[in-house]
Write a protein that binds this ligand. Structure first.
Ligand SMILES: [Zn+2]
Length: 266
């Protein structure tokens, strides 16, 4: 596998990915091969010499994906491997101008490496972002414990109530997950149905909470994507802790929430 000299900005992003992988593992949000990460790195490769087709792998992509550089985790690879074996467990691939195949320009060093089977659904989100939120380059899927627990609760059936329940737990949740959570109905993993409802979620929410499965988010970079899940999960954890202690939390009042919305222009 050829390795090309990467632009500095790309190396910095890869370091951030390893850092966030450590957070995800420590929090028990990415057991075994659970979770995946992809980054649209195309803007960081603007002065990069396009790879020759020596390692070309035929694969059909949507036409709009032509010319993209995508960082993606490997099929069956463990997120915890990104901490200190990032070149083994992930790769950056370049989708050719015909969108009928790709070349691995970095990483993918494990024998028999293939990009995650979630590549198609991640690409749908990147293509949606390209049109609608061009600053959002990172997509993160993980299994945040307390958010998953909440997706089993009756609150999950009422998106507005669920968001209010976690926003009212502390100011940070209201401020740093400003558009809130989408309650994404259960659909089998890797399905087109799940990919479609997730893309729809990002038209008006920061996080797609997949019922009885996990959470997916998109943000400017991997650290900000982590922050969305971290802060939202804090709200869920506070709520579950109050319930486990046997009381219904009072929550921030309507006026208190309004004060935050005005101060932070939410
Ligand atoms: Zn998952």
């Amino acid at each position: 596998m050829s390795t090309y000299e990467l632009p500095n900005e790309v190396t910095k992003e890869i370091d951030k990915i390893s850092m966030v992988a450590g957070y995800l593992w420590q929090r028990e949000w990415v057991e075994r091969n659970g979770g995946n990460i992809s980054i649209n790195m195309t803007p960081l490769f603007s002065n990069f010499t396009k790879p020759e087709s020596a390692n070309f792998i035929a694969h059909p992509f949507p036409k709009e994906a032509a010319g993209l550089y995508i960082f993606v985790t490997g099929a069956g690879c463990y997120i915890r491997s990104l901490i200190d074996a990032v070149e083994t467990a992930s790769c950056i691939l370049y989708i050719n101008e015909q969108a009928d195949g790709y070349t691995i320009v970095w990483g993918g060093k494990e024998d028999g490496f293939r990009p995650t089977s979630e590549l198609a659904s991640h690409l749908q989100i990147h293509l949606f972002n390209k049109e609608n939120n061009p600053n959002n380059l990172a997509v993160l899927h993980a299994h945040p414990i307390e958010l998953i627990v909440l997706s089993h609760h009756a609150l999950f059936k009422d998106e507005e109530k669920l968001n209010h329940a976690i926003w009212q737990m502390c100011p940070e949740v209201r401020v740093y997950v400003p558009r809130g959570i989408h309650c994404t109905p259960y659909a089998i993993t890797q399905s087109d149905e799940l990919a479609k409802s997730t893309t729809h979620a990002f038209t008006y929410k920061d996080i797609a909470l997949w019922e009885k499965h996990g959470a997916t988010t998109t943000a400017e970079d991997i650290e900000k994507a982590w922050d969305f899940l971290d802060v939202a999960n804090k709200g869920a954890k506070l709520l579950l802790t109050a319930w486990a202690s046997g009381f219904e939390p009072e929550g921030l009042s309507k006026d208190q929430l309004q004060g935050l919305e005005e101060l932070f222009k939410l």
